[in-house]
Write a protein that binds this ligand. Structure first.
Ligand SMILES: C[S@@+](CC[C@H](N)C(=O)[O-])C[C@H]1O[C@@H](n2cnc3c(N)ncnc32)[C@H](O)[C@@H]1O
Length: 270
């Protein structure tokens, strides 16, 4: 590393906020690849003496914890037994009151379908000092890593993030989202691909609308399935992948092929 870069990093490190005993930091760990952690997340991992983490945290991130850190798993995976949210909040409060430096490590960004807001509110109610450190949300990182630009001039001027996991009482108006004509990125929806695709079709999306699923983005098990709306569920099932992933629906999916094509042509020309 060049000296100026090392000095700049050293100077930055000197300014890192200290994780004090009795404080909690809610930290975004990004999509998986440790290269996508923020410097603040790294500082948090180095200082914590307890790290309370989710299921989707990559092992390569966890090994960056300081030697003093004790890891506590409170993962929640769709359809499997999981730690109750109230128990997680109570645990964070108890650890802080016991004087620990606590990091609550969450996949992606803590406040994008990650209950960071709820945990922050619980800590605030309990008068526990806390801080939220943003992370790169999977919905953006997975697309970019797969060469699917989230926005592309002439293709879209907005993007919709949705969850496929809303409860029956709060089901999303998929037809209304379809009518926006903008690409839709859907989290926590792997079990509902067929149902969501049909609902989007009823909202007016053509059967051949480009669609993709990206599982385990930026991790060793990453898989990308490129398809179209009416075939997506079958194509994903045919791959046999059973990992958390994202659905992407819209013309931005076609941009991947174009980008890869340009890259291939340049490579051949070299
Ligand atoms: C409970 S949500 C948490 C989202 C997280 N807070 C974020 O900002 O990315 C979990 C969902 O995020 C998506 N997800 C998280 N990490 C992912 C990854 N590496 N690849 C693909 N999807 C991912 C999946 O849809 C998964 O079901």
């Amino acid at each position: 590393m060049p000296t100026n870069q090392r000095d700049a990093l050293k100077a930055l490190r000197g300014k890192y906020p200290r994780l004090e005993p009795g404080h909690v930091w809610l930290v975004g760990a990004g999509p998986g690849d440790p290269g996508l952690l923020t410097l603040d997340a790294l500082a948090a991992l180095a200082q914590a003496d307890v790290i309370v983490h989710d299921a989707l945290i990559d092992r390569r991130v966890l090994v960056l914890a300081g030697p003093q850190a004790q890891l506590e798993y409170v993962g929640k995976r769709g359809g499997q037994p999981s730690t109750q949210q109230t128990d997680i909040c109570d645990r964070l409060i108890a650890l802080a009151r016991a004087g620990h430096r606590v990091v609550r490590l969450k996949g992606g960004d803590p406040c994008v379908f990650g209950r960071g807001g709820e945990e922050g509110a619980a800590l605030a109610h309990a008068a526990i000092p806390y801080r939220i450190i943003p992370g790169i949300t999977a919905g953006l990182a997975a697309l970019t890593a797969a060469s699917i630009p989230a926005t592309m001039r002439g293709v879209n001027h907005a993007i919709v993030f949705a969850t496929g996991n809303a409860g029956p009482d709060e089901d999303i108006d998929w037809a209304a989202l379809a009518r926006t004509g903008q690409p839709i990125v859907i989290y926590m929806a792997m079990r509902y691909i067929q149902r969501i695709a049909e609902a989007l079709s009823r909202g007016g999306l053509a059967a051949d609308t480009p669609a993709a699923v990206i599982v385990a983005a930026t991790m060793a098990q990453e898989r990308i399935v490129i398809s179209r709306l009416d075939r997506l569920a079958d194509d994903v099932e045919a791959t046999g992948v059973d990992l958390p992933g994202l659905i992407v629906v819209g013309d931005i999916v076609n941009e991947r092929e174009k980008l890869l094509q340009i890259a291939a042509e340049v490579e051949v020309a070299r």
